[in-house]
Design a protein around this ligand. Structure first.
Ligand code: ASP
Length: 588
């Protein structure tokens, strides 16, 4: 028996009992003739004491331990003289009578503490040590709990978890595929699934009616804080459903998870917003509605006063930052710099300070009278003490910039509390998105998304105006999940491919298997997928999804611990009949 209890288990009620513990040496402190060792495992920390006066040899052995040694001790539980109120085992300690070193350790490259001295890269290189840290381990525990509660809920709703293949033919989710060469079929490649989309639809054709899978998805995209080349979805699909059925089931799932994991209960139904309103009032299809500060369109209001910037702009929009009229020159300059950053792209920032005394101070005083500004304030709902911030330019780009400015102001004003959760369904997405560069439509979601039945005639006349039966669940400005009701009619699917610019042959080559399946009795169906990693980050209040993934990749898609990706040796390439066009510096 390696241990009778864990390092997080013993309490005052155990005093005078004997115990066997095993774990890692977190810390060693020598105080006079006593040596104290903090022993750590997944469950907590227990203090061990060695007394030189009682057993000098044993104490000597304890003094020779190093950080992260794995040891086993036998001893008696004693009440602690100096109690540690910060840990659950802080009332007791173990008076050790035997010590067994199970494994020694090199000095770890960083301290295994919440407040580690290790930088990001170092911790990633030694991720297995990083995972020993309490704060990182907790995220993985939460991840487990979330997956468990999701399974529990979906099982109770008759969903079946069914695995789908990883080596597949490409699925269209709008990103680049990762590909895998097939040795048995030289010159041919599998794609790794961007999502199990086509398979889950086929499962509906097979009659499985309620499917889910906690599925790995792979997308070869440039990485950001909330993206990884491989990530996990809670992927779901249902048959004989309309949008309302899907929203009800998954709102239920999210509520269940929040209640079980965070003890948070949401009152009533989640609010809903059309995509159109989301863009109009927040400049984003994933608005953070923890706070207001909705956009006010000011083009008409500001026109005709010879201020060329506004007069020539396609769009003029403002937000009201409450209580910020006292912003200093420096603060306004900072905001101006912020919106001018290349990623944000605004040309400048106009402000109006609604002073407490009823006067208005603005960067465009020259063009607008006090009455004009009073009129703006009224229209924007700004009160004395508030600050109006205005951007102007091309509509979409300006709305995007105003969205960033709004979020920045939300941060500055402390309106984006991580412990406040503001859910929102965004509905009625456009079916298609026009791409200027390639001069064609793309599916905004994916090509299997159904148009709203009443908009189908527009597919011929005004495809850009067709709305989809598509929905996203948004929390605190993050898209947690999204999906759609699917096309289950092969005629309509053909039409969709046509609008997307696929020839019949291309569509047949890429999706023939799905189109064929639809000829054999496809039920009406729809579904959605949640980003599991994002869900965990939201619940844990993390800034990056990396922190809740056991072995994540860095921003260049590398696993610096194992060294992936890496080159293949010549024999492997030969077997795959692949000749490289480039000479890798590490290749022999
Ligand atoms: N496959 C979609 C995605 O990955 C989700 C869905 O439509 O169910 O975004």
């Amino acid at each position: 028996m390696y241990r009778s209890v864990t390092c997080g288990q013993l309490r005052m009620t155990d005093v005078n009992s004997s115990a066997v513990l095993a774990g890692w040496v977190q810390r060693i402190r020598k105080m006079g003739g006593m040596t104290f060792v903090d022993l750590r495992d997944r469950y907590g920390i227990t203090q061990l004491v060695f007394n030189n006066d009682v057993d000098a040899a044993l104490c000597d052995a304890a003094n020779k331990l190093g950080r992260e040694y794995v040891i086993q001790v036998t001893g008696t539980v004693r009440e602690r003289y100096n109690k540690n109120r910060n840990i659950p085992t802080g009332d007791i300690e173990i008076e050790v009578n035997s010590l067994n070193i199970l494994s020694t350790s090199d000095t770890p490259p960083f301290t295994i503490e919440d407040d580690s001295d290790g930088g990001d890269d170092l911790r990633m290189q030694y991720r297995y040590l990083d995972l020993r840290r309490d704060c990182v381990r907790k995220n993985l525990e939460l991840r487990h709990k979330l997956a468990f509660e999701v399974r529990r809920y979906l099982d109770s709703q008759n969903f079946l978890e069914i695995e789908t293949p990883i080596l597949i033919k490409s699925t269209p989710e709008g990103a680049r595929d990762f590909v895998v060469p097939s040795r048995m079929n030289p010159g041919e490649f599998y794609a790794l699934p961007q999502s199990p989309q086509t398979f889950k639809q086929l499962l509906m054709v097979s009659g499985f009616d309620r499917y889910f899978q906690i599925a790995k998805c792979f997308r070869d995209e440039d990485l950001r804080a909330d993206r990884q080349p491989e990530f996990t979805q809670i992927d779901c699909e249902m048959s004989f459903v309309e949008q309302e059925d899907v929203l009800a089931i998954f709102e239920g799932m999210v509520k269940h998870v929040f209640k079980e994991i965070k003890g948070v209960e949401f009152e009533g139904e989640f609010p809903r917003m059309t995509w159109h309103d989301a863009m109009k009032y927040y400049g984003s299809d994933k608005p953070d509605i923890r706070f207001g500060m909705r956009f006010v369109e000011m083009k008409e209001l500001t026109g005709g006063k010879n201020f060329a910037v506004f007069d020539s702009a396609e769009y003029v929009g403002g937000i009201v930052a409450q209580g910020c009229a006292a912003y200093s020159r420096k603060q306004i300059d900072e905001l101006t710099e912020f919106v001018k950053r290349p990623q944000i792209g605004a040309k400048g920032l106009v402000y109006v300070k609604c002073e407490e005394n009823g006067a208005y101070k603005s960067s465009v005083d020259k063009f607008y009278s006090q009455d004009d500004l009073a009129c703006w304030a009224k229209e924007c709902g700004a009160n004395p003490g508030d600050l109006i911030l205005i951007l102007a330019g091309k509509k979409t780009a300006t709305q995007k910039a105003l969205c960033e400015l709004r979020l920045e102001m939300g941060n500055r004003l402390g309106l984006r509390d991580k412990n406040t959760f503001a859910p929102l369904w965004v509905v009625d997405f456009p079916l298609l998105e026009w791409d200027e560069e390639t001069q064609r439509y793309y599916a905004m979601h994916h090509p299997f998304t159904a148009p709203k039945p009443e908009d189908i005639p527009l597919l011929d006349t005004d495809p850009g105006a067709v709305r989809a039966n598509a929905y996203d669940m948004v929390f605190n400005g993050v898209e947690l999940g999204g999906g759609s009701i699917r096309i289950h009619d092969s005629g309509l699917q053909d039409k969709m491919f046509e609008v997307l610019g696929f020839t019949h042959e291309q569509a047949q080559y890429q999706f023939g298997f799905l189109m064929d399946a639809f000829k054999y009795g496809a039920p009406p169906h729809g579904g959605l997928a949640f980003g599991l990693d994002r869900f965990v980050s939201l619940l844990a209040g993390l800034d990056s999804i990396r922190d809740c993934i056991a072995f994540p990749k860095n921003n260049s898609g590398r696993d610096t611990m194992s060294g992936a990706p890496s080159i293949l040796d010549d024999s492997q390439l030969k077997e795959l009949q692949i000749k490289l066009d480039l000479q890798h510096p590490e290749a022999k």
